[in-house]
Design a protein around this ligand. Structure first.
Ligand code: FAD
Length: 521
């Protein structure tokens, strides 16, 4: 069988892989480039049910909401089908110092940007000059999101027949169920679905892909091949031999041991943030879905053993109220890094086949979104299919490098004492640009001009939340004497506080809100 561009379409796309990356790419291209029956490209997705998907990755970023809207997937349908709950940010436990005598450190990274007021005033300088002994934590001074999340309230509420709300949010969801939601949407958009194994990938004289062979479907050819085969990277990595750039000298985590934990009853408390707890050689994620929790210990195999990692995970599950007896643990290995080029000739990689850093701050899905958005924009309807490959590679590599800096920030500020954490503060493990910025930020706070927006996933205020959550010291006292709008800033701080009081009265319980959304849409 030969799959090739049909009469209606000038171009055709073959996506290999049916995880979140494959189905999201299929939906996005069909939405943006037009469906085949309307003259858009013919899009075919091949996946092997025998290999299956990785099935982890339950935390997202607020951009996922835009993607769902763009793809025409209703929030209620998505939430119900994926057992999704709201995620208002991440609570970091024990990252700053090793806990002693049951004394723990915490800070919150909210999704909500700092409130500026109608005055558009950056509050950080005014927070920096307050007395460290009495001021509230930075994230709690500039937004009321933590207060709402701590009270187990949802970020939005039913108002005049619609759910709308004051706070930014993302989701926690079941990754396998989410792939099914995307698959259904892709098929409705006219994407052709083939189940079977990818066998051989045949290259032409120029080194581009001539065609692929599937034992189940024969010869498959297309104008553009999208490699979504996960860590196997069958097309870009194996067939085209594009090198992998490891970043293990900066990000040490290379293993995760994961499990699922049931709730004691259907009304058990459901947090609307990821709980990221630091341990001796890494950290655990604890993610609450409507029907269960997903928990995983991300760690470095150079700093701990598989059996010790299981002990740490089991101890965390036990102390956080889960039963360990019936818990099945699964080990996952990964190499932190990315392919040096993501689009080569007529092949582009999306998802784990292009790279993976680590689960902290949930950047897997964001990187998929960033890639598909650019592929759709750069897709040439005539001329060479790889005309924009160089531009694409430059943008994606810079995006990965920027995320590496942001993730490393979480580790290198820690004062924990174990070898894993000490090694994370070694200067040679910190990328040069991050080191430079950390030096600068000792004397002035992060500014949006420190970052090139098109390369960044995280804004300057995300950096601020982590830095000041970890008690980073910026010497601002001298500048503070001259700050002109102290009174105005104080008014805005108290306005944020009163908004929080009001929101705490208006918003309803997280679990009840998602149940209502599931039941009534
Ligand atoms: P996969 O899900 O592995 O899919 C690969 C597909 O390719 C499958 O359909 C498979 O059948 C198919 N395939 C492979 N080889 C062949 C072949 N030869 N023939 C035919 N088909 C083939 N991301 C987040 O956004 N948030 C998180 O919290 C998060 N946590 C993570 C935690 C861990 C431990 C790991 C490892 C990843 C995490 N991620 C997270 C990343 C996230 O899991 C992935 O980005 C996401 O699941 C997309 O995966 P994928 O589609 O690229 O690969």
């Amino acid at each position: 069988m030969e799959t090739k561009a049909s009469d209606a379409s000038d171009r055709s796309v073959l996506i290999v892989g049916g995880g979140a990356a494959g189905w999201l790419t299929a939906c996005y291209l069909a939405t943006h480039l037009g469906q085949e029956r309307q003259g858009g490209p013919r899009i075919t997705l091949l996946e092997s049910p025998d290999i299956g998907i990785i099935g982890v990755g339950e935390g997202t970023f607020p951009t996922t909401r835009n993607i769902l809207r763009t793809l025409g997937i209703e929030e209620a349908e998505f939430m119900r089908e994926s057992q999704a709950a709201f995620k208002q940010g991440i609570r970091f436990d024990d990252w700053e110092v090793t806990p002693r005598n049951d004394v723990h450190s915490h800070y919150f990274h909210p999704f909500e940007a700092p409130y500026l007021g109608k005055e558009e005033l950056e509050l950080l300088p005014y927070w920096l000059i307050q007395d460290p002994a009495t001021r509230p934590p930075y994230a709690e001074a500039v937004t009321f999101q933590k207060r709402i999340a701590d009270a187990r309230l949802a970020p939005k509420r039913l108002y005049q027949g619609h759910y709308s709300g004051p706070l930014n949010y993302a989701y926690h969801f079941d990754a396998a169920r989410f792939a099914n939601v995307l698959a259904r949407r892709a098929k409705a958009l006219g994407v052709h679905h083939l189940q079977g194994l990818l066998g051989e990938v045949v290259l032409d004289d120029t080194g581009a892909i001539s065609h692929a062979i599937s034992p189940d479907h024969g010869r498959l050819s297309a104008d553009l091949y999208v490699d979504c085969t996960g860590f196997r990277s069958e097309l870009l990595g194996k067939a085209l031999n594009v090198p992998f750039r490891p970043v293990s000298g900066t990000l040490f985590a290379d293993r995760a041991v994961v499990c699922q934990v049931s709730y004691p009853n259907a009304n058990a408390p459901l947090e609307s943030y990821t709980i990221a707890t630091a341990h001796e050689a890494g950290w655990t994620w604890d993610i609450g879905l409507a029907n269960r929790r997903g928990i995983g210990y991300v760690h470095s195999s150079h700093h701990t053993s598989e059996s010790r990692a299981e002990e740490v995970l089991a101890a965390y599950v036990a102390r956080s109220g889960g039963k360990t007896a019936a818990v099945e643990m699964r080990h996952i290995s990964f190499d932190a890094g990315y392919r040096t080029q993501h689009w080569v000739k007529n092949c582009v990689a999306v998802g784990l086949s292009a790279g993976f850093l680590e689960p902290l701050e949930s950047t897997g899905m964001v990187l998929i979104e960033a890639a598909v958005n650019k592929i759709a924009e750069f897709f040439p309807h005539s001329g060479p299919i790889d005309a924009s490959a160089g531009l694409f590679n430059d943008l994606m590599v810079k995006r990965y490098d920027a995320i590496i800096n942001f993730i490393k920030l979480h580790y290198c500020l820690s004062k924990r004492e174990e070898p894993f954490w000490r090694d994370n503060t070694a200067a040679e493990s910190i990328p040069e640009r991050l080191r430079m910025l950390l030096d600068i930020w000792q004397h002035r706070p992060p500014s949006r001009y420190d970052f090139v927006i098109d390369h960044e996933t995280f804004a300057h205020f995300n950096y601020q939340y982590i830095l000041y959550g970890m008690n980073f010291h910026t010497d601002y006292q001298a500048a503070g004497r001259a700050l002109p709008m102290k009174d105005k800033a104080e008014q805005i701080f108290s306005r944020i506080h009163s908004f929080g009081e009001q929101a705490a009265k208006d918003l309803s319980a997280h679990r009840a809100t998602i149940k209502a959304i599931y039941d009534n849409g």
